[in-house]
Design a protein. Structure first.
Length: 486
């Protein structure tokens, strides 16, 4: 890792948004790579992330967005980059991960009761990163103008003030009302916070940019803040979306040869690992919420879940359990990953009140028991001999990560219906060969597995990050990015 190029604390550039989904995460990632390409030592930071998309790093887990931002910055991902991670389990409850570790005491506190408890650790993490780097690229959350949350804010303007960050405010112009969103956000901020806004960014623009006039100039006259970038709509920037599924469009490159339906239950987790499938020629990726969505699919994938029993109940309520069973009964390929593997078994057993008891789908001869201690680790393992739809993975080494409370073993009376196909029970296959369960996340991110399954090579992350940096270099006004750290 390079040493600091400058003396003193790092300059901080912060990306705020008028709403969730405005483009904060990918823009922060692009900024990380752009500043790193200037020969600067760069780190990302997000004080609090609410997401079930997490990655394993030294010390525990952080939000996936900050993991990718660190890689874009040529930095080693670590827990200080996302000191507080909230993983929603129900509409009114989240598992709290502080500095990489699950903290039951904080999980039990009401939302507004946590802020002052966690602020010292958050501020310390940011201060340490500033001391060790030239630039810290900070991502906000939601909107900084949520006036019902301002008093307990620890992720937007309190962070901006603490770091004296130069802030960009991004908005999704494709949704309409962008100028009202920008002006309304500015208007609701205290005057001292407005002074930290250095530029407005119009994201996801389609059409002739000259038609925007005179709105940007009028907005500057009202607020004193210039519009510094108009970013065209870019469907294939290569990064997964931070909030929710990537999008609801089903697209494929070239002639469709395989349709992969990923079940999008309410507490889906680690969905970012499917991003690679969007770049595989001939693969059509479908996010399935109803039986009709899986009709005609070649593969059905049950992904990870932050609340396995709850998502299994949702699956049944939608009739998707019968659709998955019918697909498997016809010999169709089914893949379960982590929580999806647990659903494919015979039963979920929860003696400690971690997740909930439930009967499984009965497609693999497994029983999962939820333990208090959470397994969070990187793993590398090699598939044994597989048959049927998954035979191409036989003997393929893969690297990935585990994040789960459940511990899974063979049902003693049904072991003849399936067998382990990876050491230490990391993967199981049914006797027929069409159903595979896997605890490792990251199968489709592994180059060897991707080539074995599809004969495909995915773009490298470095190429994706460089593409992001080139994009903002082209579309930001000249001198703006350098001026933010001057």
């Amino acid at each position: 890792m390079s040493s600091k190029a400058t003396n003193g604390p790092a300059r901080c550039v912060m990306v705020l948004g008028t709403t969730s989904g405005a483009g904060k995460s990918w823009l922060a990632t692009a900024l990380c790579r752009w500043y790193a390409r200037q020969g600067l030592k760069v780190a990302p930071f997000k004080a609090q992330n609410m997401s079930n998309n997490a990655r394993v790093v030294d010390g525990g887990e952080i939000g996936s967005a900050q993991y990718f931002q660190a890689l874009a910055a040529n930095a080693v991902p670590e827990v200080r980059m996302n000191p507080l991670l909230l993983k929603p389990e129900r509409d009114t409850h989240s598992q709290v991960v502080l500095m990489g570790q699950v903290t039951e005491a904080l999980s039990a506190l009401p939302w507004r009761g946590r802020s002052e408890r966690v602020w010292p650790q958050i501020a310390q993490a940011l201060d340490e990163l500033r001391a060790e780097n030239d630039v810290v690229v900070i991502e906000g959350a939601g909107s900084p103008a949520e006036i019902n949350l301002m008093a307990s804010d620890i992720v937007n303007m309190r962070i901006a003030r603490h770091a004296q960050a130069r802030c960009l405010l991004a908005t999704d112009i494709d949704r309409g009302g962008a100028f009202a969103h920008l002006y309304g956000t500015w208007a609701l901020l205290p005057e001292a916070d407005r002074a930290l806004l250095k530029g407005f960014v119009l994201n996801k623009f389609r059409g002739d940019a000259s038609l925007l006039a005179p709105a940007p100039q009028q907005l500057r006259e009202l607020t004193g803040v210039p519009t510094v970038a108009v970013l065209p709509m870019w469907w294939q920037h290569g990064l997964p979306e931070e909030d929710g599924v990537f999008d609801d469009r089903s697209r494929a490159s070239g002639t469709v040869t395989r349709t992969v339906a990923v079940v999008a239950y309410p507490r889906i987790s680690n969905l970012d690992e499917f991003q690679a499938l969007k770049n595989v020629p001939g693969v059509r990726l479908v996010w399935a919420r109803t039986p009709a969505d899986v009709a005609g699919a070649d593969w059905i994938v049950l992904p990870g879940s932050k609340h396995t029993s709850g998502d299994l109940a949702w699956l049944r309520a939608q009739g998707l359990d019968s659709a998955v069973a019918a697909h498997a009964g016809r010999g169709g390929a089914v893949l379960g990953i982590c929580g999806g593997l647990q659903m494919l078994g015979e039963a979920l057993v929860d003696p400690h009140g971690i997740d909930g008891n439930a009967p499984g789908l009965g497609l693999l001869p497994l029983v999962t028991v939820f333990e208090r201690e959470k397994t969070v680790r990187h793993r590398a393992a090699t598939f044994g001999k597989l048959t049927g739809d998954w035979a191409a993975l036989s003997g393929v080494p893969v690297a990935g990560y585990e994040i789960h409370h459940g511990q899974t073993a063979a049902h003693p009376q049904l072991a003849h219906d399936g067998h382990p196909v990876m050491p230490e029970g990391l993967a199981w296959q049914n006797t027929r060969g069409n159903v595979l369960g896997l605890y490792l996340h990251g199968l489709f991110e592994d180059a060897g597995a991707l080539h074995a399954l599809f004969g495909a090579t995915a773009p490298t992350l470095d190429a994706t990050f460089d593409g992001l940096a080139d994009f903002i270099d082209t579309h930001f006004d000249a001198g703006v990015l350098a001026g933010l750290i001057a």
